[in-house]
Design a protein around this ligand. Structure first.
Ligand SMILES: [Zn+2]
Length: 124
């Protein structure tokens, strides 16, 4: 391999490391995370004569639920409206985490290929 491409490879390796570190910092800063979705529900009550049974607009609520899956079973967590933002944020953090992990994996594959190339060209 020519000297120029060796220099270029070293620059690529440095840039891989910098990008990886910046993703690592983002992960470290991530707050509590939770998989799932927040659903807003209007409910009928158990009282048959109540207007909610005839008119969907008169259903009670809103009630919030956080639903997620644990070992293929759906979990519905009933949430008070006041705590809903907490879960909504945690769900966003989870999505952020997944996207960061995907980016780190892609970057890792690329960085490993560059490192492997460097190791092989340094052999002789
Ligand atoms: Zn009702």
């Amino acid at each position: 391999m020519k000297a120029t491409s060796k220099t270029k490879l070293a620059a690529l390796i440095r840039s891989d490391a910098q990008r990886f570190e910046s993703l690592q910092r983002e992960i470290v800063q991530l707050d509590y995370f939770c998989k799932g979705t927040v659903l807003k529900r209007m409910m009928k009550c158990g009282h048959q004569p109540c207007a909610c049974h005839r008119d969907p607009a008169k259903r009670h609520g809103p009630y919030f639920e956080c639903t997620y899956k644990v070992q293929n079973k759906t979990v519905n967590l009933r949430l008070y409206p006041e705590v809903m933002p907490l879960y909504r944020a945690a769900i966003q953090h989870y999505r952020k985490l997944k996207s960061l992990l995907a980016r780190m994996e892609r970057l890792s594959r690329q960085a490993l290929a560059h490192l492997a190339q460097q190791r092989l060209t340094g052999r002789n």
